[in-house]
Design a protein. Structure first.
Lengths: 949, 95
């Protein structure tokens, strides 16, 4: 598939029921009302010359190149700013128009370097194209006058340059930063001839720019250009694929030269991102070919031995032999597997199939255990299925947005841009978060209510909001009586109406003033379409599942499920969290969220796989580790996960791993978990394989192979080889055949195939006979479970308590430039923005401890201690500190505990009682880490053969 | 696996369901543990209940010590185990 250039209609295509008919260059065309003459012309296949217009931005009308003539009107109006009207007769080309366009181009070119042949955008430059399109043959003004040709180049950003000498001051970059990204980092400084683009008076790297790439994408010249293009030249082919970072699931064109990625360009037809991107997906793909990649299979007898490189056949045979030995010696249930939310649907499906079919147990789990497992439990209990209710586009219809336990501008930046666009249009915002996240107050966005609660009190807060809604008669009774279980609703209404759930009573726990809670509840219930967006600040608590249910209660009570602009929307952390859950990665469920005890479902899989399957739930990840420490769990196949860094209570995790006799790691790198492994299988990046990812809006997107797997096999091929060696045959020639099997066995995927995905781009499950083109919004007329079920959500304070020894609460999370355990982003220039994990601490808490900004501090909990630098920040509230877990050397999870969600064992990362003290040395754990970072990662290098031999 | 861990987990589950009337809470707790715990975990907890019930929430003891009624009504989480054949009209949509 090659499509370097997508259609650019110049101005956005409007959605309107009403249409207008006009004639352009003798051809009739009917377009939605509000469409510009430029876009209407493009719909006829004619491109009007333009420079300041592009269809991702509103019309600006500054370049004067797109002028046209309209019969009955004076002059030469700009086609970008002129709306098409009924009966209009437009001429886009004649001698008078051509003369004027050439005149405009002459002016541009008179102040532009004539270095096209050596320019990085040669062949990919709209200014060059337009000069050709208007027939420019001379510049009468010469080039000796005052000009900008010596303007400096800003190369401070690691990924792109700003060559001011090539700027035509079209403002596309400024408008992209405002309209698409919503950061407002760029501005047009000065007036007239002195006009110039400025990143707020400083260089790009020092500015508020978030490096989303929207300005680079919008720039019509080489002014803003990728450094990779400058280095490698323009690409020669493009393959549409899906980003491997967060759960937004952006579509990109991987623009290639041979097997080298030149750049990743956001794809306009991508349903999730519609042409936008963030710094990770757009630029941070270099990890895929980083020198740290391990591309040879390796084995070792003990974790203290050096790794020995072996063939794939040897590695697979060794792993299979070990798993068989362990099961023979310790029993069928002594081994298991972990699937990855970073791998494709097809790969996770195969790993769970291997565990259930080849191992003969259900000991399979996934990293969703430690992030969104409460979403699965809470939404299935209340609504009937484990999925967000809306597509991302729905936010454009929201009147009230409640963001709770999520930081979209950092974690899900492309969706955050959509949300901010709606907020700039006037939607109201409620933020419930212990920290003052950027959404609370940023350019042209301000939360009406920031409910700055104490970590661990989400349920108390939501019950208090529900209390107000019930006691003040704000329940949508018609909706509830028609769509929900009446008895359960009445029980819930009586429960939340109790005085113990009032905002006044809850204030003691949450720290949020009752009046603020009451106002927020009224706004949510009465402000129009109300949408909830949430993240791990909801789920990673001892009451994570309860919080999800409490949100579902609120949404049902106010009639905010099943319509545009509303719903319950989990912002998934990793690219394929939704998919890995859909694919049966949990130990109690087959693909499609069907319990292993369901006889008809089990019979379906047994018949298809020719296997006898266990009807009993298997072990969750924390249970596996507990059982390993206890000596009952001995072997683990881990595909694309790094539990030694990502999971809580690191010492316990590594104790569990050390206690196992065969740990098989399949990964791009020798990650932290690989230190405790006995077999290493080289992983393949998203660029090296075919498959699908499913994003947070249930959108199934294609992942397409653009280069040969560096290790020789795609991940799914390695799983097939292991399964065959275990005596459970798998035979697939292509990933599409795995999807065919998934569709055959999973009702919600029955209409999905690669052929259809290639035709329509993406599909949102359920996709079946009833909804052959997928389902953007769920629960429209009825809930999946039939009637919606209100659940009683009593607030139970976490057992993780602060006190004299540990007086502060630590909450952890991630930041924009880094991703999860940092295995990918740390191996890119993104680390320029975040070189180390730091501890954010309120000035009051810092002063109490004599801590200065930038000083090393010891962070200690009941689980362990680490040392890291302090950053004094008023984003924090007193009593709460925050850090990230992106750097293995920091070891943030040494400090987190084994407290977990009551229903799912999702760890309580968000509440750890800690103490902070000044220190001048690394912790004992960090010193041990430094030693083992060498001793447990050695690779045997055979001595070179001598000449005598 | 240490049985103290299992007791802690079971007590957490009891804390959630204790908001419900006794019969519903017992059924729900029983369902939950059957749906999500391995047979070995269930067995370890049963042994602990029989041998050393101290520290275990009464709701856990009641729920797991009694035989469920032959035709027990679906409790608050009764549909969690349901497959697409038994959920609702749209259940086949969602698996």
């Amino acid at each position: 598939m090659t499509l370097l250039r997508e259609l650019d209609t110049g101005t956005p295509i409007r959605l309107a029921a009403e249409t207008v008919a006009l004639v352009i260059d003798g051809q009739g065309v009917t377009v939605p009302k509000g469409t510009s003459v430029m876009a209407a012309t493009a719909m006829l296949g004619t491109q009007i010359p333009k420079l300041c217009a592009t269809d991702s931005l509103e019309a600006f009308g500054s370049c004067r190149l797109c002028l046209v003539q309209i019969e009955g009107r004076r002059g030469y109006p700009a086609s970008c700013t002129t709306p098409a009207e009924d009966g209009m007769v437009v001429h886009t080309q004649n001698e008078a128009i051509a003369k004027r366009r050439r005149g405009v181009m002459e002016l541009y070119i008179s102040d532009h370097p004539l270095t096209c042949l050596t320019c990085s955008a040669n062949g990919d430059c709209e200014l060059q194209d337009m000069a050709g399109a208007v027939g420019l043959r001379e510049v009468r003004y010469g080039y000796a006058g005052e000009n900008h040709l010596d303007a400096p180049t800003d190369a401070s950003n690691p990924y792109f340059t700003f060559e001011a000498s090539k700027c035509i001051a079209c403002s596309r970059c400024v408008r992209a930063c405002e309209e698409i990204q919503g950061t407002f980092a760029l501005t047009m400084e000065g007036r007239g001839f002195a006009s110039k683009i400025s990143a707020g008076g400083t260089d790009f790297m020092s500015s508020e720019c978030v490096s989303c790439g929207a300005c680079v994408q919008a720039c019509p010249t080489a002014t803003l250009n990728e450094k990779s293009v400058i280095q490698l030249g323009t690409p020669d082919r493009a393959v549409v694929t899906t980003c491997a970072y967060c759960g937004v699931g952006c579509s990109f064109k991987a623009e290639m030269k041979g097997e080298t990625v030149v750049r990743m360009v956001p794809y306009k037809d991508g349903g999730a991102n519609e042409g936008h991107s963030c710094v990770k997906g757009r630029f941070a793909f270099g990890y895929a070919t980083h020198k740290d990649r391990k591309t040879k299979p390796m084995i070792r007898a003990a974790i203290t031995d050096p790794w020995q490189e072996v063939s794939w056949e040897q590695a697979i045979a060794h792993a299979a032999s070990e798993f068989k030995r362990l099961q023979a010696q310790y029993g069928r249930d002594s081994v298991g597997g972990i699937t990855s939310s970073r791998c494709t649907n097809e790969e996770t499906y195969l790993v769970q199939k291997l565990v259930r079919g080849a191992f003969g147990n259900n000991n399979v789990d996934t990293c969703a255990r430690v992030c969104h497992s409460p979403t699965g439990y809470g939404l299935k209990a209340t609504l009937g299925t484990s999925a967000g209710t809306q597509d991302f586009a729905s936010v454009a219809y929201a009147d009230v947005i409640l963001v709770i336990g999520a930081n979209p501008t950092d974690g899900h930046p492309v969706f955050a841009s959509r949300m901010k666009r709606r907020l700039r249009q006037g939607a109201k915002l409620i933020v419930a978060d212990p920290r003052r996240i950027d959404l609370v107050k940023s350019p042209h966005v301000r939360a009406q209510h920031h409910l700055q609660l104490l970590p661990g009190t989400n349920v108390a807060l939501l019950n208090a909001m529900a209390h107000v809604i019930v006691r003040e008669g704000l329940v949508n009774e018609a909706y509830v009586s028609e769509r929900c279980e009446t008895g359960a609703f009445e029980s819930w209404a009586r429960f939340v109406a109790l005085e113990q759930n009032s905002p006044e009573a809850s204030e003691e726990f949450t720290g949020v003033s009752a009046s603020e809670v009451r106002a927020a509840a009224r706004l949510y219930a009465t402000g129009g379409n109300a949408a909830i967006y949430y993240g791990l600040g909801v789920t990673e608590h001892s009451q994570g599942s309860t919080t999800v249910m409490a949100m579902a209660n609120l949404a049902m009570a106010t009639g905010n499920v099943g319509k545009l602009g509303a719903g319950l929307n989990p912002l998934r952390g990793q690219n394929n969290v939704q998919g890995s859950c859909d694919m049966g990665s949990f130990p109690h469920e087959y693909p499609g969220y069907r319990h292993v005890s369901d006889e008809s479902t089990r019979a379906l899989f047994e018949a298809d796989w020719d296997a006898v399957l266990s009807p009993d739930p298997g072990l969750r990840i924390p249970n596996m580790l507990d059982e390993a420490v206890g000596g009952h769990f001995k072997g683990l196949y881990i595909q694309g996960e790094d539990i030694a860094q990502s999971d809580p209570d690191t010492k316990h995790v590594t104790a569990g791993l050390r206690a196992m006799e065969c740990v098989v790691i399949q990964d791009l790198f020798l990650n932290e978990t690989a230190k405790y492994a006995h077999v290493f299988l080289p992983g393949s990046s998203f660029l090296e394989k075919d498959g699908t990812f499913t994003n947070a809006e249930r959108r199934i997107n294609r992942v397409r192979k653009v280069m040969t797997p560096l290790g020789g096999l795609a991940d799914w091929e390695a799983t097939v080889a292991l399964s065959n060696a275990l005596g459970f045959p798998m035979e697939y020639n292509h990933a599409s055949e795995i999807m065919d099997e998934i569709a055959r066995l999973t009702p919600s995927f029955s209409g999905v195939s690669y052929e259809k995905l290639d035709q329509v781009g993406s599909l949102q499950w359920p996709c079946n006979d009833a909804a052959p083109m997928g389902t953007p919004m769920m629960h429209v007329d009825k809930f999946v479970r039939g009637k919606g079920r209100f659940m009683l959500t009593a607030f139970v304070p976490t057992e993780e308590r602060t006190g004299a020894r540990f007086p502060l609460i630590l909450t952890t999370g991630r930041i924009l430039s880094q991703y999860n355990v940092g295995a990918q982003t740390r191996r890119t220039e993104n680390s320029r923005w975040h070189e180390e994990d730091v501890l954010e601490i309120h000035p009051f808490d810092a002063e109490n401890r004599g801590v200065l900004d930038g000083e090393m501090v010891s962070l200690e909990s009941r689980s362990g201690d680490i040392a890291l630098r302090a950053r004094i920040s008023e984003r924090m509230q007193p009593g709460v500190v925050y850090t990230t877990f992106h750097h293995a050397t920091t070891g943030a999870n040494v400090v987190t505990t084994d407290q977990s969600d009551w229903a799912t064992n999702c760890p309580e990362y968000k509440v750890t009682a800690v103490q902070v003290r000044r220190t001048n040395r690394p912790s004992n754990w960090q010193e041990q880490f430094a030693r083992e970072d060498l001793s447990l990662t050695r690779i045997f290098v055979p001595a070179p053969a001598t000449a005598a031999e | 696996m240490e049985d103290s861990k299992l007791v802690s987990m079971a007590n957490q589950i009891a804390a959630f369901f204790s908001a419900y009337p006794d019969a519903e809470a017992e059924a729900a707790l029983r369902d939950h543990i059957k749906l999500f715990w391995t047979p070995r975990m269930r067995q370890l907890l049963d042994v602990r209940i029989q041998e050393q019930p101290a520290g275990i929430e009464p709701l856990v003891v009641r729920a797991l010590s009694r035989q469920p009624p032959a035709a027990e009504d679906a409790g608050p989480i009764g549909k969690l185990a349901s497959g697409p054949n038994t959920l609702g009209e749209l259940a086949s949509d969602a698996g």
